[in-house]
Design a protein around this ligand. Structure first.
Ligand code: DGY
Length: 324
């Protein structure tokens, strides 16, 4: 029997990460890249010392009740860990870690991509050209919305929101306002040209673009519900690179259909990989398949960070990114 800890890796990871995992652990790689599902996860918890898991693994209290439990750590690949019942993990003595910092820039870039795409109608434009409908340049063709000088409203002002503010204010000349119950120090906000608002509602009323950057918690579930969407301006756009269930997708469809808001740019959905069918039909909505952190560099860095957490844990050292 190998003395190295056994680690079940729930999805395919970039090659350099899998190579290091195989070198340092008795690593059970998922070469087929099929989600393990509840039964596979329960089996992994019973047969391995640790799991390197990710956002597609629903580690519910039920799954975590697997007996006899052998695993001692869930090293999450990703910064968000709302797919893990952390209370249940804690109760079962499982450590949980995540991979913050390394995906900040990539995710902020995705938020800006969505913002620019909805403002400048680029998804619609590409579909128009590829379908052979483009008849040539004309002064009134497919006019979008200017971004420079407009107001970006950030909901949450953590690492990713700050990186978005940096890009939007210093790169695109946008005015930035934000609401966060735990705001950054005033000098940090000022260096990003970002002005705090005491209430979320103020951000929603003032912003031309509202971008969501809060974690998914029971408190933020459906934060953007019918009432809050109705506070947004009719010419404003909603951007979501956070988590799908921060937005009530049915209420969003209603607001878009009734033209209560101008459009949306979404990277995350309430029931991934399902997307509410009405959204697929709307030209003023840009839809990405949860690509927030999807650059080669970032995904390797995320894998290496999860690996570092596993190494530290099995060495008995304090975890760098312990969340439980
Ligand atoms: C994260 O880390 O939360 C990302 O959304 C996963 O891709």
């Amino acid at each position: 029997m190998s003395a190295r800890p056994t680690v079940v890796v729930t999805r395919r990871l970039p090659d350099p990460v899998e190579q290091e995992l195989a070198r340092d652990f008795d690593a059970r790689l998922n070469t087929d890249d099929r989600p393990l599902g509840p039964d596979g996860l329960r089996e992994a918890l019973k047969s391995a010392d640790g799991l390197l898991c990710t956002v597609t693994d629903k580690l519910t209290a039920e799954v975590l009740s697997a007996e006899p439990l052998r695993a001692r750590i869930l090293a999450n690949f990703g910064v968000g860990f709302n797919h893990i019942d952390t209370e249940a993990a804690k109760a079962r003595g499982l450590a949980v870690s995540n991979t913050p910092d390394v995906l900040t820039d990539a995710t902020a870039d995705t938020a800006m991509t969505l913002l620019l795409m909805v403002a400048r109608r680029t998804g619609e434009g590409e579909r128009h050209l590829r379908s052979g409908q483009w008849t040539g340049w004309r002064p009134t063709h497919m006019l979008g919305t200017h971004v420079s000088g407009k107001t970006l409203g950030l909901v949450g002002m953590g690492r990713i929101a700050r990186a978005v503010a940096q890009r939007a204010h210093h790169g695109f000349g946008m005015k930035v306002i934000f609401h966060d119950p735990y705001p950054p120090p005033a000098d940090v906000a000022a260096s990003l040209g970002a002005e705090p608002r005491a209430r979320l509602e103020q951000v929603l009323k003032e912003a031309d673009f509202v971008s969501l950057h809060c974690p998914a918690t029971p408190e933020t579930r459906h934060l953007m519900n019918k009432e809050r969407l109705s506070l947004m301006r009719a010419d404003a756009y909603l951007i979501n690179t956070a988590r799908g269930d921060v937005v009530d997708e049915a209420a969003l469809v209603e607001a878009l259909t009734a033209r209560k808001i101008a459009g949306a740019g979404l990277d995350v959905y309430e029931k991934e990989p399902q997307v509410t069918p009405a959204l697929l039909m709307m030209e003023n909505v840009v839809l990405l398949p949860h690509l927030g952190s999807a650059t080669r560099e970032t995904r390797v860095a995320m894998g290496m960070r999860a690996l570092e957490n596993l190494r530290l844990f099995f060495k008995g050292s304090p975890l760098r990114d312990r969340v439980v």
